[in-house]
Ligand binder design. Structure first.
Ligand SMILES: Nc1ncnc2c1ncn2[C@@H]1O[C@H](COP(=O)(O)OP(=O)(O)OP(=O)(O)O)[C@@H](O)[C@H]1O
Length: 333
């Protein structure tokens, strides 16, 4: 059965008197029990989409059906069946972790005893029962993120929305959260997560939708998406300038299938990276171009991203592109 269905969703905002088209006609379907990743750069429209799917924002046009409920007509029923964990997390710092969860469960209509039971179950599920009596502000960033996850899970939602669940976490905390998400999948919960971490989409998701400038530009399993880009990618770092010359020097070579410029580097697609590198180095030498570094990899999701959007997600992160403050609010259905 389909857990999430959207047809031709659109949403604009007004900013300084101008219309910003955040979402421009999105269609998607997520099957029950699937982990679906929504991958895109800053400002692509991920949060706007996830908030519309999770009943938190009204679309300008289009249709949403989630957990069997048609929106906006069946919003109340839908909220009982879905959970939402926003970027800001949702815990109240003035009360201990367990009380936060009990309150959340009560808000979802559970009786006192059941709310306590479910709160303890959710904390156990995210490995935090030992901090039940602590105030959220005394916890580490990773622990606070897991409290937010528990808040989204306390009423056993069938569909869980996670907006950038691991943003800013260190690798160990991220790995711990990935395990929680994998466990949710095993329990049959449908998970819709937004991310701009390629590795996260690759490691966790059954299917991925790539969003850019408010539109889905590609979707499929990570393996299917990568299959469309077989071979190796060679990244030639050239600094701020010089990309154009490198591109010119390399795109004529018979072993080169395609060349794309990204900020500070040129990505070259070849069948066999190890064989191509000496040829590329010679060609650069002949043109008097010096590369800062050359790296060979199997083509991955970033290459899929580059192909469909014309920009590299990894390179834009490396170039220090910071995310704007979104002020996202948090809510657990
Ligand atoms: N409330 C708002 N008012 C005005 N503009 C908005 C509002 N919310 C989002 N936008 C704009 O809509 C576009 C999409 O934003 P959105 O937050 O959905 O992107 P995103 O992919 O989630 O980005 P990020 O990864 O930075 O969270 C951006 O240009 C953003 O500035």
């Amino acid at each position: 059965m389909t857990a999430i269905e959207a047809e031709q969703l659109t949403r604009s905002f007004r900013r300084r008197g101008k219309a910003v088209e955040a979402v421009r006609g999105i269609d998607l379907q997520v099957a029950e029990g699937e982990v679906f990743g929504f991958l895109g750069p800053n400002g692509a429209g991920k949060t706007t989409t996830v908030r519309m799917l999770a009943t938190l924002l009204q679309p300008d046009s289009g249709r949403v059906r989630v957990a069997g409920c048609e929106l906006p007509g069946q919003t109340r029923q839908a909220r009982r069946l879905i959970g939402y964990v926003g970027q800001a997390g949702g815990a109240d710092d003035g009360m201990p972790v367990l009380d936060n969860l009990i309150l959340q469960a009560r808000l979802n209509g559970l009786g006192r005893a059941e709310a306590r039971r479910e709160a303890e179950r959710a904390l156990t599920a995210v490995g935090l029962l030992d901090v039940a009596d602590r105030l959220p502000r005394t916890l580490s960033g990773g622990q606070r993120r897991r409290v937010a996850l528990a808040l989204g899970l306390v009423h056993r939602p069938r569909v869980l929305f996670l907006d950038e669940p691991t943003l800013g976490l260190d690798p160990a905390a991220r790995a711990a959260l990935w395990e929680e998400i994998r466990a949710l999948r095993v329990s049959g919960t449908t998970v819709f997560l937004t991310t701009h971490y390629l590795e996260e989409a690759d490691a966790l998701c059954d299917r991925v939708g790539i969003i850019d400038q408010g539109r889905i530009v590609a979707s499929g399993t990570p393996a299917d998406l990568k299959r469309g880009i077989s071979g190796d990618s060679v990244t030639v770092s050239v600094g701020e300038r010089g990309g154009e010359r490198v591109k010119e020097a390399l795109e004529r070579l018979p072993c080169v299938r395609e060349v794309r410029e990204t900020p500070g580097a040129v990505r070259v697609y070849v069948d066999n990276g190890a064989e191509a590198v000496p040829v590329l180095v010679r060609a650069l030498d002949e043109q008097g171009v010096r590369a800062a570094s050359i790296a060979v990899e199997s083509a991955g999701l970033d290459d899929v991203f580059l192909k469909h959007t014309g920009s590299s997600l990894r390179m834009s992160r490396a170039a220090g592109e910071e995310r704007p403050e979104t002020g996202a609010s948090s809510y657990a259905a």
